[in-house]
Design a protein around this ligand. Structure first.
Ligand code: NAP
Length: 255
């Protein structure tokens, strides 16, 4: 599939990698719809997209809310005059150890059920809802060929302090494989990208000494640029023989 043939929906397009994907697709001539949860973030991406080759249109939608996603996919389809691509990018994290005894009191602090549920809702239920609605639309409209890219994470291998996030990102890889099989008969390919550390607002908010310590474990000794993650997304879109698999883009980092 060529980038300039795409009519693609990107979730979480108001910041970080999502914004990079929206702008890069539009520069290549794709028509792009994106969603985010904040009006300011949506307006900022739309403003940056001014003058690019491809059309860019933003929608406010929470990917963990079923009604929002049903509306989003319909609105994106209408705005672009069809849909043949989806990037499940929106994600959050709420880190913490499963249990952590306080050194002085011995009281055991626990990861809250709320932190578990929030991350599973956005990072796993979100892609489930978006993929379900996208696939249904592709079938209903007899769209001959389409592609889905799921943004997972190196944390899918199990990262300390991320019980919720690791579970969601590992689940997304399992679903990438099974959706690749289930949806192939409808002309839908499904791939995943699992980044390591990427230079987005999440990393930029960290204390420099903490970030430096984290990057010491990366063989390439730096975080990825969002554009380098887009290179893998682009490969999945363009390679018509790629489905059900994940590309790790992590600078060689092993957890
Ligand atoms: P980011 O800068 O925080 O961007 C994510 C965007 O998604 C934000 O605008 C966020 O809004 C939005 N969002 C959050 N919850 C949403 C929801 N329920 N519905 C719709 N949009 C929502 O994050 P990023 O670093 O670019 O990460 C993008 C993806 O890559 C995520 O799935 C993340 O898990 C994954 N990833 C990131 C890294 C990294 O090092 N940065 C590494 C591996 C994987 P708010 O800002 O208002 O929350």
């Amino acid at each position: 599939m060529q980038l300039n043939d795409l009519k693609i929906l990107v979730t979480g397009g108001g910041s970080g990698m999502g914004r990079e994907f929206v702008l890069s697709f539009a520069k290549a001539g794709a028509a792009v719809a994106f969603c985010d949860v904040s009006d300011e973030a949506i307006a900022a991406t739309e403003s940056e997209a001014t003058g690019l080759t491809g059309k860019v249109v933003g929608f406010k939608a929470d990917v963990s809310n079923e009604d929002d996603v049903v509306r989003l996919v319909q609105d994106a389809h209408t705005a672009l005059g069809g849909l043949n691509g989806l990037v499940n990018n929106a994600g959050i994290f709420r880190d913490g150890l499963l249990v952590k005894p306080d050194a002085e009191t011995g009281t055991v602090k626990k990861m809250s059920l709320k932190a578990w549920n929030q991350v599973i809702a956005v990072d796993l239920t979100g892609p489930f809802l978006c993929t379900r609605e996208f696939a249904a639309k592709v079938i209903e409209t007899k769209t001959p060929a389409s592609v889905i890219v799921n943004i997972s994470s190196i944390a899918r291998h199990g990262n300390v302090g991320q019980s919720n996030y690791s579970a969601a990102k590992a689940g997304l890889i399992a679903d990438t494989k099974l959706w690749g099989i289930e949806l192939a008969r409808y002309g839908v390919r499904v791939g995943a990208v699992a980044p390591g550390f990427v230079d987005t607002p999440i990393l930029q908010a960290m204390r420099p000494e903490v970030l430096e310590g984290m990057l010491k474990g990366v063989p390439l000794r730096r975080a990825a640029k969002p554009a380098e993650i887009f290179t893998a997304v682009k490969f999945i879109v363009e390679c018509d023989y790629f489905t059900g698999r994940c590309i790790d883009v992590d600078g060689g980092l092993t957890l």
